[in-house]
Design a protein around this ligand. Structure first.
Ligand code: ADP
Ligand code: NAG
Ligand code: NAG
Ligand code: NAG
Ligand code: NAG
Ligand code: NAG
Ligand code: MG
Length: 475
């Protein structure tokens, strides 16, 4: 919510949802403004003080997430009438704990004695540190950022430290609630939490630890790694477009809301997610504004801007990720497909589902070597293979974009592709295939200008350019 007024989203969250009863469950069904009328017990407390109002809106939002996922367990029961703050807070705690006992591994007991070893980052809402559990297992711990913009703005508006801490802690709790419901390889994994005290805003959530996404570094990495990030993002957006909570929009979509865990992109900041799609009468009501483009989508017969959330996410993925990471240094035979993805996404002509299919197709072509169809056939015969050895030093040259800063290390589909690359590099006279593979299963190859210092290595084969070896023999 870093970029929107605090109350806007909480209100927004409630305006367009209606819950209807189906047996004893709550199911998200109709979009409309009458949530308040349909669920009197979500409305049984009304506050005059505006901070209290705000707090109450946040509590409602949290319980709605439980209700919406259509799972009676942990959700507000139809019979419950919550008439005081304490009853609301108790219901929230109960809902969170109910799921936590099933899914979370880390609770208050483990978090009480955790060792804090490092600072990982901070944003408007949360501060993140690295903690180490007694068994040496590292986790990222999020808590309310006491020095953050959210607390500061709230204090300016309401001058109530306790209330502000509780208000901001509801954003972290929202993240916990959402991550209890949403699971995907490209969403950060929630490992547990502790609600020490809501009044004091003392909430800790434990997540798998990643490293902040460094766009500059990523720009210099091989295409395969940049493609991995974009593919992970598209897979995530596809999941979010049909999640158990409905279609989820990421309102504060920026690279800094993501981390990398072992090269895999993971969304870590979810407190600005929204599951609402606005009501509409005409297309003109379904607008998406971006700095350099505006879009509008059709208003569905039900009077909802259906698909607005996924389109918003997709265009953000295009402007923050694809544009920088995808086309640059892509394999030439994949370029037409990539240009097509870029164009269709940049114009928002495809939905997320179709975009994901296009990405998976590129992955398939890449992994299966089909993109290499036009490779000249002869190259491998120009090289002599020495099995069971590797070059241990010397002859190093640099190329770009390499997997190593100090040497020319590239991934290849086949020996033939490696031979083709070596032949096309003026400095290259030998290359070594080891056992190392990339995330797609492609082999990492060391290209060199010489082939001296060969040492035994059963997993490795050195290929030496024949012209070069003949010349060496003649010397
Ligand atoms: N799991 C994590 N591992 C490592 N760093 C993280 C993790 N989660 C967040 N961070 C870092 O902390 C920063 C703030 O976290 P975030 O959840 O985005 O808080 P805010 O809601 O205040 O923006 C992020 O920008 C990121 O750099
Ligand atoms: C809010 O104000 C109304 C009228 O001024 C009053 O009747 C009501 O008791 C107040 N509610 C609370 C929770 O203070
Ligand atoms: C309800 O949620 C609990 C906890 O997440 C889960 O174990 C259970 O299978 C869910 N039931 C349904 C019907 O989704
Ligand atoms: C987008 O819409 C806004 C408001 O309607 C308008 O001010 C702006 O000029 C439009 N931008 C573009 C690039 O069309
Ligand atoms: C997509 O292609 C069309 C036609 O070639 C072009 O006019 C348009 O500018 C392209 N859009 C983007 C976002 O690349
Ligand atoms: C996405 O678009 C394709 C073709 O344009 C369509 O067949 C498909 O039903 C759409 N999927 C969703 C989820 O809207
Ligand atoms: Mg953030």
């Amino acid at each position: 919510m870093s970029s929107l007024p605090i109350c806007a989203i909480a209100l927004f969250a409630l305006l367009f949802i209606t819950l209807t009863f189906l047996k004893d469950n709550w199911n998200l069904h109709v979009h409309g403004r009458d949530l308040a009328n349909e669920i009197p017990h979500l409305n049984s407390v009304s506050y005059n003080n505006s901070l209290d109002k705000e707090l109450q809106e946040r509590r409602k939002e949290l319980l709605i997430y439980y209700a919406v996922s259509g799972n009676k367990s942990g959700a507000l029961s139809k019979k419950n009438v919550l008439s005081s703050r304490n009853e609301w807070v108790a219901q929230i705690k109960e809902s969170i704990m109910y799921v936590a006992t099933i899914t979370d591994e880390i609770g208050c007991d483990q978090l009480r004695y955790i060792k804090i070893v490092d600072f990982l980052g901070a944003g408007y809402t949360k501060a993140v540190v690295k903690g180490v559990l007694p068994k040496g297992f590292p986790v990222a711990l999020k808590s309310v950022n006491e020095k953050g913009t959210d607390i500061r703005r709230c204090l300016e508006d309401f001058k109530d430290l306790e209330g502000c801490r509780e208000l901001v802690s509801y954003k972290l709790i929202k993240e916990i609630v959402l991550l209890q419901r949403l699971r995907h390889p490209n969403l950060i994994k929630l490992q547990g939490h502790c609600l020490w005290s809501l009044r004091a805003g003392a909430v800790t959530a434990a997540f798998e630890q990643g490293s902040p996404l460094q766009m500059i570094e990523l720009l210099q990495s091989p295409w395969e790694e940049r493609f991995r990030v974009c593919l992970g993002l598209v897979r995530l957006l596809h999941y979010l477009s049909q999640s158990p909570l409905g279609s989820v929009a990421l309102l504060d979509f920026q690279p800094r809301q993501f981390v990398l865990v072992a090269g895999e992109l993971k969304l870590t900041d979810l407190d600005d997610a929204s599951i609402e799609e606005p009501m509409c009468q005409t297309r003109a009501d379904c607008l998406l504004h971006f700095p350099i483009r505006n879009f509008s989508i059709p208003c569905s017969p039900e009077g909802v801007c259906q698909g607005l959330n996924e389109k918003r996410n997709l265009y953000n993925a295009y402007r923050y990720f694809f544009m920088y990471l995808l086309p640059h240094q892509a394999p030439p035979t994949l370029r037409p497909l990539i240009d097509q993805i870029m164009n269709l996404t940049g114009e928002l002509k495809n939905n997320v589902s179709k975009t994901r299919k296009a990405f998976e197709e590129i992955l398939h072509l890449y992994k299966s070597g089909l993109y290499l169809q036009n490779l000249p056939p002869s190259s491998v015969e120009d090289y002599t293979a020495l099995r069971g050895v590797r070059a241990s030093g010397g002859g190093v040259y640099r190329c770009w974009p390499s997997y190593s800063q100090k040497a020319c290390v590239l991934s290849v589909f086949s020996v033939r592709e490696a031979a083709f690359i070596c032949t096309s590099h003026p400095h290259c006279s030998s290359f070594t295939l080891g056992a190392q593979v990339t995330w797609t299963g492609r082999r990492l190859v060391y290209f060199r200008t010489g082939f001296s210092d060969l040492v035994p290595d059963v997993d490795s084969i050195v290929y030496i350019k024949k012209a070069q070896s003949l010349r060496t023999e003649a010397d």
